[in-house]
Write a protein that binds this ligand. Structure first.
Ligand code: ADP
Length: 451
């Protein structure tokens, strides 16, 4: 500002002096005072024109929107242009940083496993992530700024959205929902800002299925326990209220013992399942000899067959093939329990006199196959995929008659999963069944020679 006043005064002084000198030198009629006034006027006008042209330069610079260099470097307009340039640079920097922050936020929303939709105060879609796109079938090109109500038309969501009470979430079918492959979504709206809404969606299909399985499991367990308990209570009441002779008492007590044993087996199977689910998978440092396992299976199998076969009929023909000299890595009790479940089932479901074969073979790729085949009733193909579900039975009465709990194959499945092994079932109704366990090569080795 000082230079501006100084330049103006200097210009006036120079103009005034030049006017004065020019008037006195010309010896004309114009007095020196008039020369001074004309000089001052001309100098002021020149200063003003120069100043105006500099201001014009600054204006052109501002309009050009190109601030890489200042419009000029000196004077008041130079300083104005420099300050404007610095201010713009600071603003641009701040805008760039907020842009980056916004991108980071959107990237975080994009990475969210939940669907995220941002709605404006009118309920129009401003942004959504790819998970929301798949949950609701939204398209980034087509659906931006569309009203959410026009795109998500489920009645439960429509009444939730229009109800304006967003305390809790609403459940609705997902876009991909079909009778064979249900998809359930939990949708929650959260108000924010000036009337805006944040919509979060979660795929709860697995949770709902797990919850349904838990309910079914509890109902099944209660039913399985209640049946023998009812029988047991009936016998107790009979013993308490009716005078019975010794043989009848003996018979009732035997039946009561049978029911108690049934409950005990059920509880023991349930405990086995819960232990399998709750404990870490077995390592591969414990090696179990296939020969020892087979010997134990043969001993238990023959005993079971003798118990189950009626005295008048022949027992099963049990063919235990001589096992190869192999070892399997895993938990010995779990492996024995899985294998004996298969042998037990073959004996229990095959009528007396039928044939049961048990064998282990080493496959060329190093895996080992343990199989149990029988000449029992066989299983229709539609049951095969469900056999390892808890409490799934093809023939309820046969299962109960032979002391089955419906949990045997579920235990087998768990044990095999923990050992990285697979279960394959081949069966033909009326011909028989073969249950095959395949152990991965990493868990199979040759039996080391005894030192
Ligand atoms: P359970 O205790 O009832 O035997 P499992 O889980 O061991 O329960 O078996 C499930 C069902 O699979 C059985 O109820 C039976 O219907 C069928 N099953 C299992 N093994 C055989 C087999 N070897 N032959 C015929 N059916 C079988």
């Amino acid at each position: 500002m000082f230079w501006r006043i100084f330049s103006f005064i200097a210009c006036q002084l120079a103009g005034g002096a030049a006017g004065w000198l020019a008037a006195s030198a010309s010896h004309s009629a114009t007095s020196e005072l008039e020369g001074l006034a004309a000089g001052l006027l001309l100098a002021g006008l020149s200063w003003f024109l120069i100043d105006l042209s500099r201001a014009g330069r600054l204006l052109r610079w501002l309009r050009a929107d190109e601030f890489s260099s200042a419009a000029m470097s000196t004077g008041l307009w130079g300083e104005v242009s420099d300050r404007v340039r610095r201010l713009i640079r600071v603003r641009e920097q701040a805008a760039l940083e907020s842009q980056h922050r916004l991108q980071d936020f959107l990237a975080a929303f994009q990475a969210s496993p939940n669907g995220v939709v941002l709605l404006d105060a009118q309920g129009r879609i401003e942004w959504f992530n790819s998970m929301a796109a798949s949950h609701f079938g939204l398209d980034a090109q087509r659906d931006m700024l569309q009203h959410i109500g026009n795109l998500v038309r489920d009645p439960a969501f429509a009444s939730y959205f229009s109800g304006h009470d967003y305390q809790s979430e609403v459940l609705m079918p997902g876009r991909e929902n079909s009778p064979t492959r249900p998809v359930r979504l939990s949708v929650h709206l959260h108000p924010y800002g000036a009337g805006r809404l944040l919509l979060l969606s979660r795929d709860v299909t697995a949770l709902e299925q797990a919850e349904a399985m838990r309910r079914d499991f509890i109902a099944n367990v209660s039913h399985e326990i209640r049946t023998p308990l009812t029988v047991l209570t009936g016998f107790v009441e009979t013993l308490q209220s009716c005078p019975l002779d010794e043989s009848e008492r003996e018979r009732y007590l035997a039946l009561m013992a049978q029911q108690a044993e049934r409950m005990q087996t059920l509880v023991s199977d349930l405990l086995t399942l819960s232990r399998l689910e709750g404990s870490p998978p077995p390592g591969d440092s414990d090696w179990v000899s296939v020969a020892a396992l087979t010997a134990q299976l043969e001993q238990d199998g023959r005993a079971l067959s003798a118990v189950l076969s009626p005295a008048s009929e022949p027992v099963h023909r049990l063919l235990f093939e001589a096992p190869p000299a192999l070892q399997i890595a895993g938990a010995p009790t779990e492996l024995a329990s899985a294998m004996s479940n298969l042998v037990g089932n073959a004996i229990r479901y095959t009528p007396a006199g039928g044939e049961i074969g048990v064998r282990t073979v080493l496959l060329p790729d190093g895996r080992a196959e343990f199989s149990v085949s029988d000449t029992g009733p066989g299983i229709a193909p539609e049951h095969l995929p469900r056999l390892t579900e808890r409490f799934y039975r093809v023939d309820h009465s046969r299962s109960r008659d032979t002391g089955g709990t419906g949990l045997g194959l579920a235990i087998v499945k768990h044990v095999l999963q923990r050992h990285g092994a697979q279960l394959r079932i081949e069966s033909k109704p009326g011909v028989g069944s073969t249950f095959i366990i395949t152990f991965p090569a990493g868990r199979v080795r040759a039996q080391p020679d005894r030192a």
